[in-house]
Design a protein around this ligand. Structure first.
Ligand SMILES: C[S@@+](CC[C@H](N)C(=O)[O-])C[C@H]1O[C@@H](n2cnc3c(N)ncnc32)[C@H](O)[C@@H]1O
Length: 297
């Protein structure tokens, strides 16, 4: 099929999907396969939400939109930049965020446990204080503010660049009154504040994994991914220090990715509870009292 052949939105999606597969593009930045990425690319080029595509599959993109589809597809294949960076947007927990290469593309599994409207399994719907440690784009902080409508959220990151992106997102979501952003190296800038819920998706990629990352991931800030030799450089200090920043009934929710194995090896006698998510079981959950054993080290 020649490049001019796709006519309807459905044709364009199928065409883009075939080209992405043929080019061996790697997914994982908001989509998991070529079909979903193709649909997002076409939606992005047409400036509509991906969820709005299904009802329009038989329509034809206009000339300008078709040209944008071609340009985006070519850039995605040539540069291997995540589509989110090319579009300047990402979707997380059902909402749109602005992103650029100063932050990773939000995809934390913690989002699954933050449904809107008080049904989160993580904590009582009335909790008052939440910390999002290593906030990046602010996506988890914002999803948490939606999931716990009465809570105030502190969101911290060591990267001033990331905090600028997070500030844009907090404004975009109309949450400047409930989310406070500030710079902190883990808990160092938190002072004596305590929280009912600490959420964190820190860098946890081990050195061997970093060396083998596909090009897509190398477009993201290394500061956001690299967790040292075994991936635990930030995970272990968080486990040591979080208890001191939790209220009496407080909980820590910490994503550790593939470094789960190294963590369980390092602490074979410690209690670990892993939340079951659709994709993986690498989000740990601790009550304050379960963390005391880590604080004693
Ligand atoms: C894996 S990203 C997660 C971003 C966001 N929470 C998400 O899920 O999309 C990790 C973030 O931790 C930040 N970070 C790295 N080292 C840090 C440190 N020592 N203290 C605070 N934040 C740090 C990075 O700048 C990055 O934004």
């Amino acid at each position: 099929m020649g490049y001019g052949a796709p006519r309807t939105i459905r044709d364009h999606i199928l065409f883009v999907e075939r080209r992405l597969k043929a080019a061996h593009v790697v997914f994982g930045h908001g989509t998991e396969d070529a079909r979903d990425e193709a649909a997002w690319l076409v939606a992005g080029a047409m400036k509509i939400a991906p969820g709005a595509l299904a009802a329009r599959l038989a329509l034809r993109p206009g000339r300008a939109a078709a040209a944008r589809i071609r340009t985006l597809l070519a850039a995605r294949i040539r540069t291997r930049r995540p589509l989110a960076y090319l579009l300047g947007e990402a979707w997380f927990a059902g909402h749109r965020y602005v992103v650029d290469p100063r932050v990773i593309v939000p995809r934390s599994l913690i989002g699954e446990f933050l449904p809107e409207g008080g049904a989160s399994p993580l904590a009582d719907p009335d909790i008052g204080a939440i910390l999002d440690l290593c906030t990046g784009s602010g996506a988890i902080a914002i999803a948490a503010a939606r999931a716990f409508p009465r809570a105030r959220v502190d969101a911290v990151d060591i990267s001033q660049d990331a905090l600028k992106v997070a500030a844009r997102n907090v404004r975009l979501h109309g949450l400047t009154g409930r989310i406070r952003l500030f710079a902190s190296d883990l808990f160092a800038g938190i002072g004596k504040r305590r929280y009912d819920l600490i959420l964190s998706n820190p860098p946890y990629v081990s050195a061997p994994e970093m060396a083998a990352l596909p090009r897509e991931y190398r477009n993201e800030p290394a500061l956001a991914l690299s967790g040292g030799e075994d991936g635990l450089d930030l995970v272990v200090p968080i486990l040591h220090q979080a208890g001191a920043h939790l209220t009496e009934d407080g909980r820590l929710v910490l994503e550790v990715g593939a470094s789960r194995e190294a963590l369980e090896r390092r602490f074979p006698d410690r209690p670990f509870l892993w939340l079951a998510s659709a994709a993986d079981e690498c989000v740990g959950y601790w009550h304050k009292e379960d963390l005391e054993i880590f604080a004693r080290d």
